[in-house]
Design a protein around this ligand. Structure first.
Ligand code: GAL
Length: 357
């Protein structure tokens, strides 16, 4: 589909225009029959979403599709506008990693109207009937791995403690946030109840520990405050951090508060910068989610749907979006630390060894 044709479609958005299939439009352009898939990613400030976007683009192109790939700089309204444009361009399907899980009702209703299937990518979209499938990881298991890492690293089964721990969670606008936290909390809570783990700040509610936009600088500020308010003359021994950008913010805070022996600090996404921290002993662990597999899963869902087939799913009960249970394919996350990063993320080709120098 060439640029002019897109403008024409954009200008005539409505039931008639959107009823045209992309390939039907394309044939008028002189035989260019590839359909276009709309891919909406949240932000480029996190490396993982750049990988996700690139992987999706490549995987769709390998299947013969074109791709319009948009990032919205973590601004929900911008993502809404991008999706509206994609719908008006009559994309064949939408793959969406939402910024604000409750802000997309408008464009998704338009997509439904235009018969455009919608895949929620990694993050579930809530309170709308207009999500067809969900491609993600086992998000509870991510939290379980983070909690278990802390239990093993502090050897809580054998040590008397008590050990001080502080808890961080992700953005409240992200449906994954409670799943990650609940997974970790289920593992950690018995040790907190027994007094082996102590949250000196007392902050254990999601609203208290959430981090707006998953922003590492915000996490750094909160850690600074926790240290100055609750840790005068005391050490923190572990920090539950849900995502590598947040982990690095926490480490910066600890280092600027003169921690030489750093606590256990978890993470997620196996970002290159955090892998370097792990190798240097500054962050303890991360959770690797192979975004190549996630992209392949989402692409297979779209290809099946556009072929009139039912996509393969492996979970039809966990993810109720407030309107209905969204059939999902959930992949398996892997805990990574200094002992297995080589095997899990380098040998698998996910990260180049040279980038970790
Ligand atoms: C979540 C995602 C995590 C992490 C976080 C911050 O939705 O599942 O892997 O990337 O966003 O970007």
């Amino acid at each position: 589909m060439n640029v002019n044709r897109r403008h024409l479609l954009a200008g005539t958005a409505g039931a008639a225009a959107v009823a045209l299939t992309a390939s039907a439009c394309a044939s008028e352009d002189g035989g260019d029959s590839a359909k276009t898939i709309g891919v909406a990613m949240p932000t480029k400030t996190s490396e993982r979403w750049i990988f996700d976007g690139d992987n999706l683009k490549k995987a769709f192109e390998d299947e013969g599709y074109k791709v319009t790939l948009q990032y919205a700089n973590d601004v929900p309204d911008d993502q809404v506008a991008q999706l509206e444009t994609m719908v008006s361009q009559n994309v064949a399907a939408l793959v969406v990693a939402a910024i604000d899980n409750k802000s997309l009702n408008g464009p998704l209703a338009q997509a439904k109207e235009a018969d455009i299937p919608v895949i929620a990518y990694d993050r579930l979209i809530l309170d709308t009937p207009n999500v067809d499938y969900y491609a993600s990881f086992d998000n509870i298991q991510v939290g379980t791995l983070q909690g278990e890492y802390i239990v093993t690293a502090l050897d809580l089964e054998n040590q008397a403690g008590p050990f001080n721990i502080e808890l961080f969670a992700g953005a409240l606008t992200d449906n994954n946030t409670p799943y990650f936290f609940n997974g970790a909390w289920a593992v950690l809570e018995p040790y907190i109840a027994e007094g082996k783990l102590v949250v000196k700040s007392g902050e254990v509610e999601l609203e208290q520990i959430a981090t707006e936009n998953w922003d590492g600088a915000i996490a750094q500020d909160r850690m600074d405050n926790l240290l100055s308010t609750h840790y005068k003359g005391e050490q923190v021994h572990a920090v539950l951090a849900p995502y590598d950008g947040i982990s690095r913010g926490i480490v910066s805070s600890l280092e600027s508060n003169n921690y030489t022996t750093l606590p256990v600090v978890t993470g997620q996404d196996a970002e290159i910068e955090s892998l370097k921290y792990i190798i240097a002993g500054r962050q303890t662990s991360t959770v690797f989610k192979d975004t190549r597999d996630l992209a392949t899963t989402a692409v297979e869902m779209v290809v099946a749907l556009l072929d009139g087939k039912k996509p393969e799913v492996n979970d039809e009960e966990t993810y109720d979006n407030g309107d209905h249970v969204i059939p999902a394919f959930l992949l398996t996350p892997v805990s990574v630390d200094v002992d297995n990063y080589q095997e899990v993320v380098v040998d698998s080709g996910y990260v180049d060894a040279a980038d970790l120098q």
